[in-house]
Design a protein around this ligand. Structure first.
Ligand SMILES: Cc1ncc(C[n+]2csc(CCOP(=O)(O)OP(=O)(O)O)c2C)c(N)n1
Length: 337
């Protein structure tokens, strides 16, 4: 195992505060609370038998994709794994259409055909469930940007640490480096690939710093629990990728608060370890900074949380009352050669 110290990207928190501003930060906190509430209620609906298929919670990782979209904007191409609920929300899918998709209803984001793992927007190319299989898609999107000379745009691709040993990942990194494509690959290292610890599956550590060297790329290591580090890191990476027209490899260190999916009791992680992880809750961290700044009180935070919960409860009602897809339309939207 190649094991070296991490070199974390140094974020200037005060600069982020100046740039995003008090109201902007409160808006980002609200987004993270919406994601958290959506995950909590989505899981509850699953437990009640209202949601079929799989369910992979993003709880604990909210700062990464929220920081990314806050810094970069929603106008780029985005691709991610089955852990896709947050990114879909951040890129404009409504809580109603996401919840209805969980429930498999006609009003869902993919008309009830995709379920929780396959969410889309006009900029989100998926919600894709084959581990590592989405990197060629993201790389192709970066190729399009370069081919069409679309200045300022990049293709963002989120993957897990478990995907790093996948062949398609390496072919994609190689081509992106060879062809100088503005693709930003983000390894969300939440320490586990299902029940397998990252150190048992990936021979290098830090992942991004080591892997990027092999492909002659720039890398970043970010504290994925810290909104400010994520915002500043993504901003810097985007600037580099579009100015130089080059790929970037980011590793965002984080921990998920739940098992791999809802059916995983996560017995491989002790209660104490989980407790320690939850002490780094990204929502609490951002909240504390806002309280220190005098921009928020505990009471206002609770109210904000309550408002976001209400939105999600409304979405559950919407999903519940929505019609099932008519089987007559089952073959629509299916593309087969
Ligand atoms: C090619 C392929 N192999 C195996 C699976 C089964 N599988 C689903 S998720 C997963 C673990 C992936 O872990 P990681 O990439 O770290 O992402 P995380 O779930 O932690 O976000 C595996 C092995 C799959 N979906 N695709």
């Amino acid at each position: 195992m190649v094991d070296a110290p991490y070199h974390f990207f140094r974020a200037d928190r005060d600069k982020v505060i100046r740039e995003v501003g008090k109201d902007g930060l409160l808006a980002q906190l609200r987004k993270m609370l919406l994601i958290r509430n959506l995950e909590i209620r989505g899981e509850a609906a699953y437990q009640q038998g209202k949601v079929g298929g799989f369910y992979h919670s993003y709880m604990g990782q909210e700062a990464i994709q929220t920081g990314c979209v806050a810094a970069a904007g929603a106008g780029h191409w985005y691709t991610t794994t089955y852990r896709c609920h947050a990114l879909a929300l951040l890129l404009g899918a409504t809580p109603n259409e996401i919840m209805a998709e969980f429930y498999g209803k006609e009003t869902g984001n993919a008309k009830g055909r995709g379920g929780s793992m396959h969410l889309f927007t006009d900029r989100l190319l998926g919600g894709l469930a084959i581990v590592g299989g989405h990197l060629p898609i993201a790389t192709g999107a970066a190729f399009t940007i370069k081919y069409k000379k679309q200045k300022g745009l990049a293709s963002f691709c989120f993957l897990g640490d478990g995907a790093v040993a996948q062949g398609a990942v390496h072919e994609s990194l190689n081509l992106a480096a060879l062809w100088n494509l503005p693709c930003i690959y983000v390894v969300e290292n939440n320490q586990w690939g299902m029940g397998t610890a990252v150190q048992r599956a990936v021979a290098i550590k830090p992942i991004a710093e080591n892997l990027a060297k092999s492909y002659n790329m720039k890398s970043y290591t970010l504290d994925g629990m810290d909104f400010f580090a994520c915002y500043a890191g993504f901003q810097d990476a985007l600037r580099y990728a579009v100015q130089e027209s080059k790929p970037v490899l980011i590793e965002a260190l984080c921990e998920r608060f739940r098992g791999h999916s809802i059916s995983d009791p996560a017995l491989y992680r002790t209660k104490e370890a989980l407790h320690q992880v939850m002490e780094k809750d990204p929502i609490q961290l951002l909240k504390n900074v806002l309280i220190e700044m005098g921009a928020l009180t505990e009471e206002q935070f609770k109210e904000m949380d309550r408002e976001e919960r209400e939105i999600v409860i409304e979405a559950m009602k919407f999903a519940e009352e929505s019609p099932w897809p008519d089987p007559i339309h089952l073959e629509e939207g299916v593309f087969a050669p």
